[in-house]
Design a protein around this ligand. Structure first.
Ligand code: ATP
Ligand code: MG
Length: 415
């Protein structure tokens, strides 16, 4: 893409009321636009990052057999009344609305109830199980605080997966698969080494649930971390019993600030019983379906990556989720040189390289500052000087000094 065509511009300052680093950088670099506290729109660069995160997650969900759907954001009150979760005393972050005829509706904060109800149309016999269903869908939550930028939105994109099994053993086996898939996702996104499997409270159907907590001072949570075993314990469940279960000593744990990027949860029959999701077993009897739910916040993930990977000049994207792989920066002024740079851009596109081409007529200093702020992993500068030697100036975003590469060598290597 030609940067001269990109409608967004970088800015020197973020809005004065924006206190979080992730939103400040993402707004200044033109990835997101702040509509109001906790509500952000995605701009072209931000959407590209979000789609890459989405595709990594989709890939891992498909590998464990998940089937993708997209449920509605408008939800029926009667479904939620069956599980007792329509009440504002039980769920404190509902956004609710009304039809013209006064019928109340909910705006999705999660999808256990509607999906469980939907599955009653399709699950009847043991032959229909096990199965798992996921989506990338907008959630609405009337969060009390929204000081963490896109890490805590009032409207945000979530990947939510739900599993439907016949027995607890079948559920346990799938739960483990999801755990592995989550590790793979966070590894691929580039935050694996900072992300800890964290033991949290399990409700009434399993001893623990698991959170995936990423260490960062920008996080709102505090966890007890065992760095050698690469596990952690949520503050709320830290007891002698848990320590014994995990074979760790309290003295070996350090308290760290963190953000919950994902979680996995055994639901048992909490939703299937009240919503009548059952199956006829091989024994001829009816049994409630055993369920699990598994969430990941995509905006929260993007915000976390920015919190972890930045310097005084801007964002540093990991290649796997960067909006583009190469930032081609032209310092050429006369026609012949501009033509050569255009040709290089075309060749890169032909090779399938995702390039942002800074073809704007602005000062070198401004272009370099923008390039660092946007944070594309590789910067390639073309100037009259480099062209005189059939070369480019090549620099990774993480490096401070560029190296000179022959254009043909650069082209042979780049991907
Ligand atoms: P938290 O304790 O941080 O509020 P939660 O327990 O409410 O999280 P879930 O309801 O389990 O989270 O949602 C699943 C995932 O969705 C979370 O692991 C997180 O990654 C993401 N998430 C939750 N709330 C938000 C939010 N307000 N903005 C962005 N992502 C969110
Ligand atoms: Mg919450």
């Amino acid at each position: 893409m030609r940067q001269s065509q990109l409608f967004t511009k970088t800015r020197k300052e973020a809005p004065g009321d924006e206190v979080s680093k992730n939103a400040q950088l993402l707004i200044r670099a033109g990835f997101i636009h702040k509509e109001m506290a906790g509500v952000y729109s995605l701009l072209p660069l931000g959407l590209r990052v979000m789609k890459k995160i989405e595709n990594i997650i989709r890939d891992e969900m498909n590998m464990i057999g998940g089937q993708e759907v997209s449920l509605t954001a408008l939800q029926e009150k009667t479904t939620w009344e069956k599980t007792g979760r329509w009440s504002d005393e039980v769920v404190d972050n509902w956004f609710k609305t009304k039809l013209k005829n006064e019928t109340e509706l909910g705006l999705a904060f999660t999808h256990e109830e509607p999906l469980t109800a939907l599955m009653t149309s399709f699950i009847n016999s043991y032959k229909d199980l096990p199965c798992s269903v996921y989506q990338f869908q907008t959630k609405f939550r009337n969060e009390l605080r929204s000081k963490s930028g896109i890490m805590r939105g009032r409207e945000f994109l979530m990947k939510d997966l739900y599993s439907f099994c016949r027995t607890h053993e079948e559920h346990e086996a799938f739960y483990k698969k999801v755990m592995h898939a989550y590790h793979a996702i966070f590894e691929r996104i580039g935050i694996g080494s900072h992300t800890y499997l964290t033991f949290a409270s399990g409700g009434s159907f399993s001893k623990y649930s698991h959170e995936f907590q990423t260490l960062t001072d920008a996080g709102e949570d505090e966890i007890y971390v065992e760095k050698n075993k690469k596990i952690a314990i949520n503050k709320e469940v830290l007891t002698e019993e848990v320590l014994a279960d995990l074979g760790v000593e309290k003295s070996e744990l350090s308290v760290e600030k963190s953000v919950e990027v994902g979680n996995i949860f055994t639901l048992g029959t909490k939703f299937s019983e009240p919503l009548n999701l059952s199956f006829a077993g091989e024994d001829g009897k009816n049994h409630p379906v055993i369920m699990g739910s598994y969430g990941i916040g995509l905006g929260r993930l993007m915000g976390t990556v920015v919190e972890l990977n930045n310097d005084e000049n801007g964002i540093i994207w990991n290649t796997s989720i960067a909006p583009f792989s190469v930032h081609l920066v032209s310092l050429c002024k006369d026609e012949v040189d501009i033509k050569k740079c255009d040709e290089l851009y075309e060749m890169l596109k032909k090779k399938g390289v995702e390039v942002l081409y800074d073809d704007r007529d602005s000062r070198a200093g401004e272009k370099f500052a923008d390039s660092d702020l946007i944070g594309i992993p590789v910067r390639v500068v073309v100037s009259p000087k480099t062209l005189a030697h059939d070369s480019v100036e090549y620099k990774k975003r993480t490096e401070s000094t560029p190296s000179i590469l022959k254009i043909e060598d650069f082209l042979a290597d780049v991907h």
